[in-house]
Design a protein around this ligand. Structure first.
Ligand SMILES: Cc1ncc(C[n+]2csc(CCOP(=O)(O)OP(=O)(O)O)c2C)c(N)n1
Length: 661
C-alpha cells in the first residue's frame, strides 16, 4: 500500500475517533470504546476493501458489511458518513435522538447502508452467514461461463460478546460445514466487556474453536494497516473455508486514561477526557465533530473509483442480460419477488382428513415449483415438519443449487441465518421446527419483525395434541408468545382449505414475517357456510356456521379447535349458535370496528376454544363469555386423552356453555 493511502486511512481512523467521542458526549450516552478501538479496521474496510458504492447503496453485488457488535454503532455511522452514504453530519450530531437516522443501535431500514439491525449480540454474525449463503445460491443460479454477475464478500465485525453468545456457535458451525469461503469475520479481541476483563468470564481459545468448526483462522494487530490488508488477502485466497481474523485491539484506543478500560465500553468519556484525547490525537481541542481534511479528500477521490467499479459491473451485467434472455427473465422474478399468478396449489374437498403439516407439504412443494426463488429448510425435523422440497436437492458445500437448507439442530442459528438470507435480497425464505421450539428462535423472530422481513416460519406440532412426547414437546404458551410480537402475523389454519387460502396471502405478503402453526394430527375439512369465506379469512376470521337471527352464543376457535367447536355447537341444538374460525387474531384485530362487530356483535356472549393458554383472548370476548384453553403444561399420553384430561372435551364444554347461555 502506498504511504499516501496509509496516511489517509490513519486520518479516516482519527476522524472516526473524534466523531465518535463527540457524538457520544453530545448524546450523553452511547459506546465510544469499540469505534475507537476498531477505527483503523473500519477505515481500511470502507476505504480499501469493500467493493461498494455509497451512491447506489442497494447495488445487488456490493460486498456486505455487518457490524455484529451493534453497540459500536458510531463506528458504522462515522464510516457511512465519511465514505459518502446519505447520512449527514447533522444526523451524527443527532446521535441517539428521537427520529434521527442514527439510533442507538444500527437499524436496517432506518439508515442507508445498514445491512441489518444489530445490538442483540451474536445476531449480526449469524445474519452474515445467511448473506454469504445467499451469495453462493445466486451466484450458482445466475453466473455463466462467460459472465460473473454475483460475486461478493460478506464481512462481519464481532466482539467478545458476540463470540460468547451461543447463536454465533450455531451459525459458525453451519458456516464451517458449508465451507462459505467468501465469509470473513473480524474478531475485535480487546478482552473487555461491560463487567470488566474477559479474564473473569471468557478464557476459552476462540481460535481453536473456530478451527474445529472448519474455519481458517488468522490473527494480527488491529493497528497495523498493512497487516490487516494482508490478512484480508489471505482470507480471500481461501475459497473453501470461512475465515476468522482475530485482531488484538485496545478498547477506546487513543484515550489517555480510559484506553483499555471497561469504563469506556458504554459511557461517554467525559468532557475532560475528550479534550485530552483530542490533544493526544493532535486534533484542535475546540473542534467539534472534527473531520480531517485528508480523510475527506481520500473519500472524495474514492467516489470516482467506486463509480467506475460499478460501471464495469453494470457493463458485465448488460452483456450477461443480452446473452442470456431466459436467465434474465428468471433474474427479474427473483429480484421482483413476484407473486406468481400461476401457482398451482392443491385443492381440498369437504370431508378430506389431512394434518395441516401434510397439506403444508403439498402446498410448499407446489409453491416451490412456481416460485423458483423459494428456499428454506428445517432444524433437523424436515420429515416431521414436512418441509422437504421433493426432488430439489440439498444445499451443501458441493451443491449450491439445492433448495433444501439443512440447518441441523440449531434453531436459534437457523432463525438468524434465515434473516440474513432474507436481507440479502433475491430469495424468499422459510424455516421450520416444532412450535414448542419457536422459543429457541425468539430473538431472530423478533428482529425479523422489527426489520419487517418477509420470513415464513413453519411451526408444526402446534398443540397438546402432539400427545405422547409429553409436556416438553406440547406447546401451550407459544401461540400467545408469538402473537405478542409486534408486526408478526400468526396463522393457525383449521383445515387444508383454510391453509391454501392463508398461504395465498403469505405468498403475496412483503410487510413482515408470518408464523404458520400447523397440526400434527389429521383435521377434517369442514363445510364453510359463508360463501365469501375465502375473502373474509384474509381479514383474520370468518363465519363457518351461522344461525338465523341474532345468535345466543358465538363460538370462536382456531386451528384444530374449530372442528371441536362445530361438535360443541351440534350438542347445543336448542341454541342459536354461530361458529367463527379465527386463524389470525392479529389481522382480525386490525379490522375496523364495524367489521369486528358484524362478526362478533358486542352484546352476544362468546366462547373461545383453543388448545393453548387463554392469554389474549379476553381482547376478543371483551368480558362477555368464556375462554376454554390450557393454562398449564400438558401431560404425556395419547393426544386425545391428554386433551380430554385438560378439559378440551365436547361434552364438558357443551355442559359449561349451557350454564351461561
Ligand atoms: C444478547 C445481548 N446480551 C447483552 C447485551 C448487552 N451488552 C451490550 S455490549 C455488551 C458487552 C460486549 O462486550 P464486547 O463484545 O467485548 O464489546 P466491547 O466491550 O469490546 O465494546 C453487553 C453485555 C446485548 N447487547 N445483547
Amino acid at each position: 500500500m502506498k504511504n499516501e493511502t496509509m496516511e489517509a486511512i490513519r486520518k479516516v481512523a482519527l476522524s472516526v475517533r473524534t466523531l465518535t467521542m463527540d457524538a457520544v458526549q453530545k448524546a450523553n450516552s452511547g459506546h465510544p470504546g469499540l469505534p475507537m478501538g476498531c477505527a483503523e479496521l473500519g477505515a481500511v474496510l470502507f476505504g480499501e476493501v469493500l467493493r461498494h458504492n455509497p451512491a447506489t447503496p442497494d447495488w445487488v453485488n456490493r460486498d456486505r458489511f455487518v457490524l455484529s457488535a451493534g453497540h459500536g454503532s458510531m463506528l458504522l455511522y462515522s464510516l457511512l458518513h465519511l465514505s459518502g452514504y446519505d447520512l449527514s453530519l447533522e444526523e451524527l450530531k443527532n446521535f441517539r435522538q428521537l427520529g434521527s437516522k442514527t439510533p442507538g443501535h444500527p437499524e436496517h431500514g432506518v439508515t442507508v447502508g445498514v445491512e441489518t439491525t444489530t445490538g442483540p449480540l451474536g445476531q449480526g454474525l449469524a445474519n452474515a452467514v445467511g448473506m454469504a449463503i445467499a451469495e453462493t445460491i445466486l451466484a450458482d443460479r445466475f453466473n455463466t461461463k462467460d459472465h460473473t454477475i454475483i460475486d461478493h464478500y460478506t464481512y462481519a465485525l464481532a466482539g467478545d460478546g458476540c463470540m460468547m453468545e451461543g447463536v454465533t456457535s450455531e451459525a459458525a458451525s453451519l458456516a464451517g460445514h458449508l465451507g462459505l469461503g467468501k465469509l470473513i469475520v473480524f474478531y475485535d479481541s480487546n478482552k473487555i466487556t461491560i463487567d470488566g476483563s474477559t479474564d473473569i468470564t471468557f478464557t476459552e481459545d476462540v481460535t481453536r474453536r473456530y478451527q474445529a468448526y472448519g474455519w481458517q483462522t488468522l490473527s494480527g494487530s488491529a493497528y497495523d494497516i498493512g497487516e490487516i490488508v494482508g490478512l484480508i488477502e489471505q482470507a480471500k485466497a481461501e475459497t473453501q473455508r470461512p475465515t476468522l481474523i482475530v485482531l488484538t485491539s485496545v478498547i477506546a484506543k487513543g484515550s489517555p486514561h480510559l484506553a483499555g478500560s471497561h469504563k469506556a465500553h458504554g459511557a461517554p468519556l467525559g468532557e475532560e477526557e475528550v479534550a485530552l484525547t483530542k490533544k493526544a490525537l493532535g486534533v484542535p481541542e475546540t473542534a467539534m465533530f472534527y473531520i480531517d481534511p485528508q480523510a475527506k479528500d481520500y473519500f472524495g477521490q474514492k467516489q470516482i473509483v467506486w463509480a467506475e467499479q460499478q460501471k464495469q459491473w453494470q457493463q458485465e451485467y448488460t452483456e450477461w442480460r443480452q446473452a442470456n434472455p431466459e436467465l434474465y427473465k428468471l433474474w427479474q422474478r427473483f429480484f421482483a419477488e413476484d407473486e406468481p399468478a400461476d401457482l398451482k396449489l392443491p385443492d381440498y374437498k369437504v370431508g378430506d382428513a389431512i394434518a395441516t403439516r401434510s397439506s403444508g407439504h403439498e402446498i410448499l412443494n407446489a409453491t416451490a415449483q412456481g416460485m423458483p426463488y423459494l428456499i428454506g429448510g428445517s432444524a433437523d425435523l424436515a420429515g416431521s415438519n414436512k418441509t422437504d422440497l421433493k426432488g430439489l436437492g440439498e444445499y451443501q458445500k458441493t451443491n449450491h443449487s439445492g433448495r433444501n437448507i439443512c440447518f441441523g439442530v440449531r434453531e436459534h442459528g437457523m432463525g438468524a441465518v434465515t434473516n440474513g438470507l432474507a436481507l440479502h435480497g433475491g430469495l424468499r425464505v422459510f424455516c421450520a421446527t416444532f412450535l414448542v421450539f419457536s422459543d429457541y428462535m425468539r430473538p431472530p423472530i423478533r428482529l425479523a419483525a422489527l426489520m419487517k422481513l418477509p420470513v415464513i416460519y413453519i411451526f408444526t406440532h402446534d398443540s397438546i395434541f402432539v400427545g405422547e412426547d409429553g409436556p416438553t414437546h406440547q406447546p401451550v404458551e407459544q401461540l400467545a408468545a408469538l402473537r405478542i410480537i409486534p408486526d408478526l402475523l400468526v396463522f393457525r389454519p383449521a383445515d387444508a382449505q383454510e391453509h391454501v387460502e392463508l398461504w395465498k396471502l403469505v405468498c403475496g405478503y412483503k410487510d413482515g414475517p408470518i408464523a404458520m402453526a400447523l397440526s400434527r394430527q389429521n383435521l377434517a375439512v369442514f363445510e364453510k357456510q359463508d360463501p365469501d369465506w375465502k375473502k373474509q379469512i384474509k381479514r383474520g376470521a370468518y363465519i363457518v356456521k351461522d344461525c338465523a337471527g341474532t345468535p345466543d352464543l358465538i363460538l370462536i376457535a382456531s386451528g384444530s379447535e374449530v372442528g371441536l367447536a362445530l361438535q360443541v355447537a351440534a350438542q347445543l341444538e336448542d341454541k342459536k349458535i354461530r361458529v367463527v374460525s379465527m386463524p389470525c387474531r392479529e389481522l382480525f384485530l386490525q379490522q375496523p370496528a364495524a367489521r369486528q362487530n358484524e362478526l362478533l356483535p358486542p352484546e352476544v356472549t362468546k366462547a373461545v376454544i383453543e388448545a393453548g393458554v387463554t392469554f389474549g383472548w379476553q381482547d376478543i370476548i371483551k368480558g362477555k363469555g368464556m375462554v376454554f384453553g390450557i393454562d398449564r403444561f400438558g401431560e404425556s399420553g395419547p393426544g386425545k386423552s391428554v386433551a380430554e384430561y385438560l378439559g378440551l372435551k365436547v361434552t364438558k364444554i357443551a355442559a359449561d356453555l349451557k350454564q351461561i347461555t
